[in-house]
Design a protein around this ligand. Structure first.
Ligand code: ZN
Length: 171
């Protein structure tokens, strides 16, 4: 959740992840998709990349990934590829969750690796962090829109008069 707060501070959806082996942090990450212009820059992917570098291995058996929000299909796929043993997450994502909500890729019987999954850990706190962010962002967008609307007549007025002056005369 502290890593998720770093994402929020950067204007990103607050999701944070850590990858642990034998009680040691091998990788950590927070959502950076907007800042990096990168749809793959999710917290889990950052944590997995860092852990791969730390282990010098693209497989991560005996590792646990903790994340504040249920992973999406992309991250769930990366967890299967990395052979992470266990996934622990907080809030469920009913719209995009790929670990039980929309689909379950991390426990799919036809894939060649299944993770142990523990969901709902600090779920309320994680969900509150996310919904607080979206509430704040909606309020900011609304305020911005109102500011734009109230500024609109003053801005459009000179443009209209300029167009009328040059319009008929020129053509
Ligand atoms: Zn993801």
């Amino acid at each position: 959740m502290q890593l998720a707060a770093r994402a929020e501070a950067a204007g990103e959806v607050p999701v944070g992840a850590v990858l642990i082996k034998d009680g040691q942090v091998l990788g950590e990450g927070w959502n950076l998709s907007i800042c990096r212009h990168d749809p793959t820059a999710h917290a889990e992917i950052q944590a997995i990349r860092q852990a791969g570098s730390a282990l010098q291995n693209y497989r991560m058996p005996d590792c646990t990934l903790y994340v504040t929000l249920e992973p999406c299909a992309m991250c769930a796929g990366a967890l299967v590829h990395s052979r992470v043993q266990r996934l622990v997450f907080g809030a469920t994502d009913l719209k995009a969750g790929a670990c039980g909500s929309v689909v379950d890729l991390v426990r799919h019987p036809q894939l060649n690796h299944q993770l142990e999954v523990q969901s709902g850990v600090l779920a309320e706190a994680c969900a509150a962090q996310l919904s607080g962010f979206f509430q704040k962002r909606r309020a900011e967008q609304k305020a911005l829109k109102q500011q734009k609307n109230s500024a609109l007549p003053a801005e459009t007025q000179p443009q209209i008069s300029t167009a009328a002056q040059s319009g008929d005369v020129a053509s």
